[in-house]
Design a protein around this ligand. Structure first.
Ligand code: HEC
Length: 424
């Protein structure tokens, strides 16, 4: 249709606006969070700003920068997505370099532009459940789909009338195909089934939106972030109302599989809501180290990790360390065999004195006191029994047994010695 001729002009206009919206203009170098993603294979949050990527496997307590090779990403990042599945692929996109992908958790990146008519990619989303399917939006061109994890792209659709600012695929029921696409645009939120059989305004949200997300546990609940408010729909985008509360200046939204909602802001902060945007936690409220700006967000994800960790503890650790982490009786003295008994993990012990890196290693590889009279690992190695994520989870649970001061001290200690970046 004529739309192709119309788009370049429209796209240029949005290019200027988009730069401002996403904090990527030269005047405001990229502190703003442009996208948040979740790697379910290792419960990792990923955040992107124009110039950097970071990953947290501790619900945001510790962040590791992810290197982005210069060949893959020449220019600001505008979008980030992580595929579903046990071997997730990470994608980033930006106007200067198109799409780059990483299949090793962000360690190495390669361009993935085969079939794209240009590099002007401004939005990207992965399919909610199909690991190989990913969608990219090119300004002035439309939406391209790859069904082989970025190996090749095919034009599907010109997209909605207004340029897409953010795109998210949703597995909300009711689609003729496999799901839906929601787009934040300069006018409102738009919606299409993923058969691309027509874009529509989703309801009557007459606000320019800069981010869109949905509740992974209750897929009809959709969120749209405008400059000064967050909007929620409970019926798949038909009716919208203002969220009870929201961080200011939200530039990125993410729903995670446990039903959490995360919001990244222009200031570069991340907030989390466990109750559908009714209340939010920020770093200040979370009681974590002040220097961890994501601490807050974090504590919500950490809390869900800790819940998982509690059952791991009950099954794998409590028999020796005590049901409540109280340790074996008389744990400070060698037993009859000349072995040190299992120490407590609660506030009376010294587990909290070890950094995340050290605790991870102890659980992964086991440990024995060097002066034990026997040679065996009295603290067994769990590397074959527990996945890296489970090790992180059980340690997250141990942290709930400590006093606030101990937690703070351990968090400080962990800043230089975090969980292994590879704890996938
Ligand atoms: C078979 C008994 C046993 C089981 C099961 C066990 N541990 Fe241990 N653990 C020990 C013993 C004994 C030590 C002390 C080793 C030493 O110092 O000689 C220890 C030490 C530790 C330490 C070091 C504590 C410190 O303050 O130095 C950590 C951390 C730990 N265990 C965590 C765990 C976790 C987490 C689990 C479950 C996934 C677990 N342990 C399961 C026996 C056990």
């Amino acid at each position: 249709m004529a739309s192709v001729a119309v788009y370049p002009a429209a796209a240029e206009k949005i290019a200027a606006d988009g730069g401002t919206v996403e904090g990527q203009s030269a005047a405001e170098p990229g502190r703003a969070i442009v996208a948040l993603a979740f790697d379910a294979s290792r419960s990792a949050l990923i955040e992107a700003s124009a110039g950097s990527l970071a990953v947290s496997t501790t619900g945001g307590r510790d962040w590791q920068p992810l290197a982005i090779s210069a060949t893959a990403a020449r220019g600001p990042i505008a979008a980030l997505a992580v595929s579903a599945g046990v071997h997730p692929v990470y994608y980033i996109a930006g106007r200067a370099f198109g799409v780059a992908r990483s299949s090793d958790g962000g360690r190495t990146w390669a361009p993935a532009n085969d079939g794209l008519p240009g590099r002007d990619v401004t939005s990207l989303t992965t399919h909610a459940v199909q690991p190989e399917t990913v969608y990219a939006y090119l300004s002035g061109r439309g939406i391209f789909r790859s069904e082989d994890a970025g190996g090749h792209w095919r034009l599907m659709d010109a997209g909605p009338r207004e340029a897409i600012v953010r795109l998210v695929h949703s597995d909300m029921p009711g689609s003729m195909q496999t799901g839906w696409l929601f787009a934040a645009t300069a006018n409102d939120v738009d919606r299409s089934m993923d058969c691309f059989c027509g874009w529509r305004d989703a309801g009557t949200l007459e606000h320019a939106t800069r981010a869109v997300a949905y509740d992974r546990k209750d897929t009809k609940r959709v969120y749209g972030a405008a400059a000064d408010a967050l909007f929620v729909s409970r019926d798949g985008g038909e009716h919208w109302s203002r969220a009870p509360s929201a961080p200011s200046d939200v530039t990125a939204l993410l729903g995670t599989p446990d039903g959490m909602l995360f919001a990244g802001t222009r200031e570069g902060d991340v907030y989390a809501s466990a109750d559908h945007a009714t209340t939010w936690r920020d770093a200040a409220g979370a009681g974590v180290a002040a220097s961890s700006r994501l601490g807050a967000a974090s504590s919500a994800v950490a809390a869900s990790l800790a819940v998982e960790g509690r059952s791991i503890y009950a099954g794998d650790c409590a028999s020796c360390h005590g049901v409540r982490g109280e340790g074996a009786p008389n744990w400070q003295h060698p037993d009859r065999d000349g072995e040190m008994p299992a120490p407590p993990h609660d506030a009376s012990g010294h587990t909290w004195r070890h950094s995340d890196a050290m605790l991870y290693r102890l659980v992964e590889q086991g440990w024995r006191d060097p002066f034990n009279k026997t040679e065996r690992l009295t603290m067994p190695a769990f590397k074959d029994a527990l996945a890296p994520k489970q090790i992180v989870a059980v340690i997250s649970y141990l942290k709930t047994l400590w006093s606030p001061d101990e937690r703070k001290s351990q968090a400080d200690e962990s800043r230089g010695h975090p969980f292994p970046a590879a704890a996938p």
